[in-house]
Design a protein around this ligand. Structure first.
Ligand SMILES: [Zn+2]
Length: 102
């Protein structure tokens, strides 16, 4: 017998019906939103929405993000000292290898 594989038509998954267009989230805007994930009819409209601006402003004031340089402390001398302290009480560790033990 030959290795003929019968051709099975690949059926694409049936798409969910598109949700009906909603009205733009900006109060006073009568436009409809066609994109399923969008809340506003346009980028311009979202930037004009006073509610959204107030929300963004409040969020920005609540969670002030420190720049990375201020978050990270790269103090290697302190790390070395910690390692030394860690090995100090361990008598089974030869002094020369003490800094390798964590
Ligand atoms: Zn709009």
């Amino acid at each position: 017998m030959g290795g003929m594989i019968p051709a099975v038509p690949v059926r694409s998954r049936p798409r969910a019906p598109a949700p009906p267009p909603r009205q733009c989230a900006r109060i006073g805007c009568q436009n409809l939103v066609h994109k399923p994930t969008a809340r506003y009819c346009s980028v311009r409209c979202s930037s004009l929405d006073p509610n959204r601006r107030a929300r963004l402003r409040a969020g920005a004031q609540r969670g002030r993000v420190l720049p990375m340089a201020h978050q990270l402390t790269l103090n290697f001398d302190a790390a070395e000292a910690d390692l030394a302290n860690l090995a100090a009480a361990r008598e089974d560790v030869p002094a020369g290898l003490a800094r390798l033990v964590v």
